[in-house]
Design a binder for this molecule. Structure first.
Ligand code: CU
Length: 132
């Protein structure tokens, strides 16, 4: 099926270790949402990798901290971490990636947290994602 209008959203991140948006949203009518992450920088993923990870606000820090030791091969996320609601792979400069996730378990109006789980990034690279 074709994606519904507005159910595809994108965000950029570059070598300055920042997302281009602090808040993201999609219509609550979307049964699934596709988030595309564009790394507009130049550094490779082992030096300045970025991903897009979605959790509840309460789970964010635990997921980020546990992910730090998971390594690049696991995209800096603990294997099988059920707190992760959606996540892309880690990418480097010039690359793009996306993730499509069901909105079934998400509550409209709740501010979820999106962040980059690359070690040292999540303190700055974070924002809110809301179905509205
Ligand atoms: Cu990052």
């Amino acid at each position: 099926a074709m994606a519904e209008e507005g159910c595809n959203v994108s965000v950029d991140a570059a070598d300055n270790m920042q997302f281009s948006a602090k808040s993201m949203s999609a219509p609550a009518s979307c049964s699934s949402v596709t988030v595309t992450l564009n790394h507009t920088g130049q550094f490779p993923k082992n030096a300045m990798g970025h991903n897009w990870v979605l959790t509840t606000e309460a789970d964010f820090k635990g997921v980020a901290m546990d992910g730090g030791s998971a390594g690049l091969k696991n995209n800096y996320l603990k294997e099988g971490d059920t707190r992760v609601l959606a996540a892309t792979a880690i990418i480097g400069g010039g690359e793009s990636t996306s993730v499509t996730f069901s909105t079934e378990g998400l509550t409209a109006g709740t501010a979820y947290t999106f962040f980059c789980s690359f070690p040292g990034h999540w303190g700055i690279m974070k924002g809110t994602f809301t179905l509205s």
